[in-house]
Design a protein around this ligand. Structure first.
Ligand code: NAD
Length: 240
């Protein structure tokens, strides 16, 4: 780990970590802005359209299966592992992530210590009763019937657990993220451009309580001048 970051961590009592798409690029998942990534190839389907149109649901599921195939091949990298170690040491209660790829859990962080403010692409939920469905199960249903999957308990519309554009943020997860930001004395933002709201408001919550801010990112962010430490480079090298 970069010595300046190691020193800040050493000096801190409670640490909060926020990660973004940048932590997963070294695993082979392109970030939001990279050309050719899954996100840049597709027109956005908003929540309202998904709920209203079977055609939109079929298209969204086709993309989910595509993404599931890609996610099935990726593994956590040095950045994920460094954060898993930080959590295991006990001073960082949970990792807050904007990512939907499940790689923090795969790196060994228990599920209840990953606060996913944009949901998770590795499973699906019924939009009516909330029952969890696995993506493989949804794929089997669609392949059998040619129609988008319906909840096996109540028949409601099943949707991947990712928060879609136009959909409410998961309130409990975000409230927990705010509490973590407010309750730490060091906030580390890793691999996020800090432009997507409300995630970008988390460092502000932290700074209001005179928390120290560290930023680890390839490019500058608008928060750099408020940070005590800015490390511009590759996450794996800086954290590993
Ligand atoms: P972003 O794409 O806006 O920013 C990522 C930042 O990480 C960029 O500033 C980039 O310079 C930096 N970066 C990329 N690779 C890096 C590396 N190896 N080392 C250091 N820095 C690196 O991502 P965001 O702020 O997370 O917002 C994008 C939105 O898209 C989020 O809502 C997220 O849910 C979603 N998304 C998720 C994934 C995923 O789950 N892996 C991937 C792409 C997008």
């Amino acid at each position: 780990m970069h010595p300046a970051l190691a020193r800040l961590i050493e000096e801190s009592g409670t640490i909060a970590v926020l990660t973004g798409a940048g932590i997963s690029t070294e695993s082979g998942i392109p970030d939001f802005r990279s050309p050719g990534g899954i996100w840049s190839r597709y027109r956005i389907i908003e929540y309202g359209e998904f709920m209203a149109s079977e055609t939109a649901r079929l298209e969204d599921w086709r993309r989910r299966f595509d993404m599931e195939d890609q996610l099935g091949q990726v593994r956590p990298n040095r950045g994920h592992l460094a954060i898993a170690r930080l959590l295991a040491e006990g001073r960082c209660p949970a990792v807050i992530t904007q990512n939907i790829d499940g790689l923090h859990q795969e790196s060994g962080v228990p599920d209840d210590k990953v606060v996913e403010i944009h949901g998770n692409a590795r499973h699906a939920l019924c939009t009516r009763c909330g029952l969890r469905h696995e993506i493989a199960e949804c794929r089997a249903m669609l392949e059998k019937t040619g129609r988008p999957p319906a909840c096996r308990a109540c028949g409601g519309i099943v949707k991947s657990a990712v928060v879609m554009f136009g959909q409410m943020m998961p309130e409990a997860a975000f409230a927990r993220a705010v509490r973590l930001a407010e309750g730490c004395d060091l906030f580390i933002a890793v691999g996020t451009s800090l432009v997507v709201h409300p995630a970008a408001s988390l460092p502000i919550h932290a700074l209001r309580n005179h928390t120290r801010l560290a930023i680890v990112n390839r490019e500058p962010t608008e928060f750099d001048e408020l940070a005590e430490l800015v490390l511009n480079g590759e996450i794996g090298e800086l954290l590993g």
